[in-house]
Design a protein around this ligand. Structure first.
Ligand SMILES: [Zn+2]
Ligand SMILES: [Zn+2]
Length: 102
């Protein structure tokens, strides 16, 4: 078994993971093209977009990691994901209102 190459740190759950993806804290559609981004593990990134539409991220002010961590839905998710192994990508579902908005 090759050892896992866990050299990236997720900005949200702080786990060391093999790969991170770039999240635009202010969605590009909402003018965030040149705004800060965050490196997130795949489950965290999915979770954010499953829970919130791009519009909501801006309207609710969830455009910093600190603000995201204070959102109750994200806070309880982060608590849970921190206990999960870094190599597991849990199945996740979009909230109904997010699915509708697409
Ligand atoms: Zn994460
Ligand atoms: Zn994103």
């Amino acid at each position: 078994m090759p050892s896992q190459n866990e050299k990236h740190t997720c900005a949200l759950c702080k786990r060391k993971v093999p790969v991170t993806t770039v999240h635009h804290l202010t969605p590009r559609e909402e003018g965030g093209k040149d705004k800060p981004t965050a490196d997130l593990c795949i489950p965290c990134h999915k979770q954010i977009h499953n829970l919130f539409t791009n519009r909501e991220l801006v309207v609710l002010g969830l455009t910093t990691i600190e603000a995201l961590l204070q959102a109750p839905k994200i806070a309880s998710y982060v608590k849970w994901i921190r206990k999960q192994p870094a190599t597991v990508i849990p199945k996740s579902k979009k909230s109904r209102h997010v699915r509708k908005a697409r």
